[in-house]
Design a binder for this molecule. Structure first.
Ligand code: ATP
Ligand code: MG
Length: 365
């Protein structure tokens, strides 16, 4: 990954510009961690970059950035810039391209994100980011109150980096968060959800949750149930018990999964609950209840059927038996049969199931 990145830097430099790797990749490399993508900063403009790379490029001119994917590694190349007129404590309205690396670094969020690597793989550390990296401390580049007032998302980024790297927040950062946290209310729920999700997905999520609570961000973020949450390995489990589907945007699948997790948590080892909610939701609910995956998997294995398709009777057969036309009423029958079979009250045999239908005609209709 690094080799490809350094080649890319050399290519930009050969065309007469400066270029450095910056941000996550350098930070992670120094910490011995893997990265998924690489950020590059350069004084070449998107237009210059387009002529250097010709084909393999997707300009995002409005942000002064271009993306390139080489060997499935995404590279995000941004031009040295100064940012002006932040809107809604978030996005700058105006950027101007500049020629100075140091100035570009000064507009960034945290010192640990300003460490650069040049085309030879040497570290360039103009703002002493390495010192804070070694001290495992998150500090803002500018004074923290101004920094968070310009872009309130940085508050959540600070907590996210503290969580994923297991770093502490500097005292200045903590105090500034307390003073500026009200600005989080103005951010788009989508962006907030994305950052929270990164915090919740971390293996160290309990630390992130503790920081959110310590700084009392649960109130401004509309997640009052956060104090009841104790470590879940799956972020969807945390969301399920926060019950914030009305406050944050979730996909249909996410909503269904959260509902299943909540239902499963009511009686996780009950065979019908396992059958209805499935193994994954039951594992997540089990984690909250302190019931091991092994125990849940053993109960699941014992289920006589794992899905409706395994039921040895078809709706049409029931209709024929009852002398009726097939219709929506059949789903009630199927559900009832599933339940009886799963709970071990009926054997999954066609004769037994048909017999049950005949006997209970009056009950279900
Ligand atoms: P990772 O990619 O591992 O999540 P990263 O540090 O690379 O972490 P990105 O979101 O990829 O984060 O951003 C790349 C760099 O751009 C950051 O390291 C930082 O220098 C700068 N940056 C990103 N978002 C902001 C922001 N909201 N305010 C200031 N600088 C930012
Ligand atoms: Mg990055």
């Amino acid at each position: 990954m690094k080799d490809i990145a350094l080649k890319l830097l050399n290519k930009i430099e050969d065309a007469g510009y400066q270029a450095y790797i910056v941000g996550g990749f350098v930070r992670n490399e120094l910490l011995g961690l893997e990265s998924n993508d690489i950020d590059i900063t350069t004084n070449a403009t998107p237009k210059d970059l387009c002529s250097i790379f010709k084909d393999a490029i997707m300009p995002k001119v409005e942000y002064g950035a271009v993306s390139i994917i080489i060997n499935q590694i995404p590279f995000e190349i941004t031009t040295f810039r100064k940012e002006f007129d932040y809107q809604n404590n978030r996005r700058p309205e105006k950027i101007i391209y500049i020629d100075s690396l140091k100035e570009d670094l000064l507009r960034r969020d945290f010192t640990i994100n300003t460490i650069c690597m040049d085309k030879n793989g040497s570290i360039i550390d103009l703002l002493n980011g390495k010192k804070d990296l070694d001290a495992k401390e998150i500090k803002t580049v500018q004074d923290s109150i101004s920094s968070f007032s310009l872009d309130a998302l940085r508050i959540l980024r600070a907590i996210r980096f503290a969580t994923s790297l297991n770093f502490k927040l500097s005292i200045e950062v903590k105090e500034a968060i307390i003073r500026t946290k009200y600005l989080l209310r103005a951010l788009s729920k989508e962006r907030v959800k994305e950052e929270l999700n990164k915090i919740f997905s971390s293996q160290n999520s309990q630390y992130g949750i503790d920081l959110l609570l310590e700084l009392k961000l649960d109130e401004v973020l509309d997640i009052p149930k956060l104090k009841n949450i104790h470590y879940y390995s799956q972020s969807i489990g945390i969301w399920a018990f926060l019950e914030v589907e009305d406050q944050y945007p979730f996909s249909k699948n996410e909503k269904e999964m959260m509902e299943q997790i909540r239902k499963a948590s009511l009686d996780v080892l009950n065979p019908y609950s396992l059958y209805q909610n499935g193994l994954y939701a039951s594992y997540v609910a089990g984690e909250m209840l302190g019931i091991s995956k092994k125990e849940i998997a053993e109960c699941y294995e014992k289920l006589p059927i794992k899905g409706r398709k395994e039921l040895l009777i078809k709706g049409t057969e029931i209709a024929k038996l009852l002398g009726k036309k097939p219709g929506p009423y059949l789903s009630k029958w199927i559900e009832k049969l599933e339940q009886e079979v799963v709970l071990g009250h009926l054997k999954n045999e066609k004769r037994v199931l048909l017999n049950y239908c005949l006997k209970n005609q009056s009950m279900i209709g």
